[in-house]
Design a protein around this ligand. Sequence first.
Ligand code: ATP
Ligand code: MG
Length: 437
Amino acid sequence: MSDYMFKLESHLSTDQFRVLGQVQAVAAAAGVSLFLTGGAMRDMLGGFPIVDIDFTVEGNALKLVPAIVKKAGAKVLWEDDNRKLAALAFPSGVHATIGMARQEKYAQPGAKPAVKPASIHEDLRGRDFTINAIALSLNPASRGLLLDPNNGVGDLERKELRAVGNYTLYDDPIRLLRLMRLKVRLTYNIDERTKMQYDNAREAQLETKIPREDLLEELRHIANEPNCADIVNLLEQEKLLHLYSPTLEGAKLNTPGLQKLQKARQVVPFGVDIHLEPVGLFLYFLTEKLPAKDSAAFIKRLGLSKKEVEQWQKLESRSKKLEKDLKSAKLQKPSLVYSVLSKSPGDQILFLLAHSSERLVHDRIKNYLQKYLPAAQEITEADVVAAGAKPGTPKFQKVREELILTKLDARPKKVPPPVVVAGAPGGPAPAPALARK
Ligand code: ATP
Ligand code: MG
């Protein structure tokens, strides 16, 4: 096995590795060349956790989608017919994109590109930054071969963000914002020439050419980032935030709220899936101080979906019931806290962690995220089968749930019972009984 395949295997989670095998099998059966690309390669080689898996195929990727859906039970989240790109969610919670290797030609900055099929090498030369333009072959004859025509590996070692070409930021100016987001996320420096390109593009006000849909997609990316507050701050400093709303600055930008959200997101351990749909949650904090008429203009300007607006505007009222349930004196056992929270939407859980003034609510959510959920994940399929349930049956879920609840309550030393009090706003901190070990 090549070094890179070995590295990949040890870097991906078991579920991600299973998805990799399934997609490889579908591509091999269809006789098309498959590569691992994008953030997945950057994160593997740079030593970051891999969030989602980006596949690229030489050929129409959308043709493989039905076979992947059938083989792995994946759900299609969206498809972009112009770029022949699809996003998939697998039953295990793994997310992936699969796209056609392509060349994009921009008639003018921000114009919709003319897309044509290309080789993987041409595709890599058209990407944004060198560290995002590395591919690994997943084809039987060359599996494990690394393709790195722009020396992205060197830039990963130098921890530098370098544009692939001299017109990268001009062709598709949303890359100006992507550059800022990656800078914060990876804590990398921007290489000197790329900084000059950025400054010149800003001088020419290229940001005003960014299509509305690209701004919206980027906002969704920002909402997904654990460091969303730092990214928003940098965009404000760079005078790019007003692209979203001209009044979103100074006191109308809810910086303290975003910081609380960022802190709450950092409580979720990596690899623990709370099925978070983060856009509404992020928008709540981003716009909390914005006058209603400015919020309405913001929604209209960006073309946010009805679902996203509802998730944002109903978040506070919808979370009230969960807050009340979490304060209940009846939730004495970890299994009871787990039962309440495992049925609750991820955005409500993080909203309360960031917004609630109830200490008990905080502590119970923290215990859930940092102790109970990781412990629940230790129950394997084999454990459930050994307890007499067949995978894929309704009984399987039930037995799994029972095993989890028993395991949680069998850890009295690690998970002491909640202390009374510790509730009222500004009230005393809880006794150390609830503190993490
Ligand atoms: P994440 O970990 O957040 O998914 P990512 O780098 O994989 O980060 P994606 O939006 O998933 O970001 O995009 C996948 C890859 O597609 C990128 O790494 C990059 O190579 C390429 N890409 C995405 N958007 C652009 C763009 N506007 N211009 C050029 N290349 C892009
Ligand atoms: Mg990605």
